[in-house]
Design a protein around this ligand. Structure first.
Ligand code: PEP
Ligand code: MG
Length: 577
């Protein structure tokens, strides 16, 4: 039976392929095939993960706080018993041997088989014990995923597989970055969540917030994913399929045509140069940066080096990554953002997740609370600055004290490098992200103290409108055109101009071609975005005239009638196009 599902299109393009349901585990697990010669290593990795999980549980059992409920000890005993049961500790190994799959996948498959057996039990109490099985498996999966397999993830799916998941975290996405899918769709997630941002960076059609996709779609169903309109068609009939094949072809032709703009100078019709930079998460994104002809990297989200592992990257490891990016960019600017962990990007070793993590110990707050961690990263970034045009960017600044402390920590890191006789750029530019309303309102101060500013509109919108950017139930309220947001963006741009400092936008607004003219009209001259968005944005820049877009943008900023907003935006974009 054919039916369609509607969600939020977070990354454009059309994909046609077969559903691949991600595991029901609450952590999405990667699946790949192993070469026979790696099987023994994989079995060892599995045994070690079981052992680590057992040690964790035993430590927990011996540290039960006085006054804790008596059931806690029984509960931990039960988990230890499950962990020792051959159904969990041995059976996955048989799967690894026989099907040559990775350990995470074998364990998740075995968990599903066990859960299905529990489902058949009549006694409701015993049936509910499946929860414990799932929890034990999750514990082992977390350990496994913190210790990535040494095997390169090159043996993967056919390109016509579409991943269907309930939810994917940014950390899951990093793993899936190495596995080729045609598209992915999820039940949860918002358009500026980090998961969506990663989907765009992979240039993969994706739809989120479908609510029931994981339960309604079956493995191997034929799917059409329209990542622009947010539509998924399940088991389409021949005529619909033919129509979408045509649209897919047209989309490919349009994308190919845009490639011609790669080498054109980025300037408006009146000759004003506009800087178009790229956002990256990993070293492997550099190819896409070059293919798009970006003028530099406006945002390197360094925290992705810290995900999916249980240890911290050392100074040497970080230095090697930052240096590789700096060298690959060959003299073009590379803006390395210091760690922005917390909220939806949680490292396994991190602090316990707060009740309200987006307002908690995130980004610069976390770094200032963890001086050793911050010092190591600052040294690594500074050392990389000896090998290219590196700039440092501080996320989520809100208070003047934070800025003062941060600058002090940077000075300390510099002093330690001098003592060690290690080279770095003494004049490395230090910039601040404006992504909290307080920082935008005090942009004059931040512009004076720093070398450049970069507006993180994803968070600026989240914090201005009080909307969790990863929560699809409020995603309809996430409004980049809200006058409050536009006013804060404009004020920040003006503060930068007054202080003679450059201001970029590096949030998703910068990569939306429908908003290019608006941002130009508000005075923006530097954009940083996912490489895949760069040429569509450039196309808009090339046909814009600042004399026309500036008054039209102001009309939009001053508009208080939400019904008129789409009309004003259309008019702004309609001129000359
Ligand atoms: C932003 O908030 O707009 C931004 C660029 O940072 P991130 O999306 O990584 O939070
Ligand atoms: Mg941000």
């Amino acid at each position: 039976m054919s039916f369609s599902l509607h969600g939020i299109g977070v990354s454009g393009g059309i994909a046609i392929g077969y559903a691949h349901l991600a595991s029901a585990a609450r952590i999405e697990v990667p699946q790949y095939m192993l070469d026979q010669r790696y099987i023994d290593d994989e079995l060892k990795r599995f045994d070690e993960a079981i052992q680590t999980s057992r040690t964790e549980l035993e430590i927990l059992r011996t540290h039960i706080p006085p006054g804790a409920p008596a059931e806690l000890s029984a509960f931990l005993d039960m988990h230890l018993m499950f962990l020792g049961d051959s159904m969990i500790a041995e059976e996955p190994k048989r799967l690894i041997r026989e099907t040559q799959c990775n350990a995470e996948w074998a364990l998740a498959q075995q968990m599903e088989a066990l859960v299905a057996r529990f489902e058949e039990i009549d006694d409701p109490y015993l049936r509910s014990r499946q929860e414990d099985v799932v929890q034990v498996v999750q514990r082992v999966l977390k350990v496994l995923m913190g210790h990535p397999s040494h095997i390169p993830l090159d043996v993967s799916f056919d390109v016509d597989r579409i991943l269907v998941a309930h939810e994917l975290s940014p950390a899951d996405m990093v793993i899936f970055k190495n596995v080729r899918f045609a598209a992915f769709i999820t039940d949860l997630g918002g358009t500026t969540s980090h998961t969506a941002i990663l989907a765009r960076s992979m240039g993969m059609p994706s739809v989120m917030a479908l609510h029931n996709a994981r339960s309604l779609i079956r493995d191997h169903d034929l799917l059409i994913v329209d990542g622009r309109d947010g539509v998924v068609i399940v088991n389409p009939d021949e005529s619909v399929l033919a129509e979408y094949r045509l649209r897919q072809n047209q989309w490919r032709i349009d994308t190919d045509k845009l490639k011609r703009l790669k080498t054109s100078k980025s300037a408006t019709l009146d000759g004003t140069p506009i800087e178009l930079m790229a956002n990256i998460e990993l070293l492997s994104d550099i190819d896409a940066v070059k293919a798009a002809g970006a003028q530099g990297i406006g945002l390197f989200r360094s925290e992705f080096l810290f995900l999916n592992r249980s240890d911290l990257p050392s100074e040497e490891e970080q230095y090697a990554s930052y240096r590789a990016v700096a060298e690959a960019l060959d003299g073009k600017p590379v803006t390395i953002r210091t760690l922005d962990l917390g909220a939806d990007k949680q490292a396994p070793w991190g602090h316990t997740v707060a009740d309200n993590p987006a307002l908690g110990l995130r980004a610069i707050r976390l770094c200032l609370a963890e001086p050793a961690l911050f010092h190591t990263q600052l040294r690594a970034i500074l050392r990389a600055s000896a090998h290219g045009r590196v700039r440092m960017l501080i996320p989520m600044l809100a208070s003047f004290t934070e800025l003062r402390q941060t600058l002090q920590r940077i000075d300390e890191a510099k002093a330690s490098l001098r003592r060690d006789g290690l080279k770095f750029d003494e004049g490395i530019p230090i910039g601040g992200m404006i992504e909290v309303p307080a920082a935008a309102l005090a942009a004059n101060f931040f512009a004076e103290q720093l070398d450049f500013l970069s507006i993180g509109t994803n968070d600026l919108i989240q914090y201005t409108l009080a909307i969790d950017r990863a929560d699809d139930s409020v995603s309809h309220l996430y409004d980049p055109l809200h006058p409050a947001v536009l006013t804060l963006v404009q004020q920040t741009i003006r503060a930068g101009a007054k202080a003679g400092k450059s201001v970029a936008v590096c949030g998703e607004m910068a990569g939306d071609p429908l908003l290019t003219r608006l941002l130009l009209g508000l005075g923006l001259r530097t954009f940083s975005m996912q490489p895949a968005s760069l040429l569509p944005v450039k196309q808009q820049v090339l046909k814009s005239h600042l004399d026309e877009v500036a008054p039209a943008a102001l009309r939009l900023l001053k508009n208080t009638d939400p019904d008129k907003t789409p009309v004003l935006l259309e008019r702004l974009n309609g001129e000359r196009s």
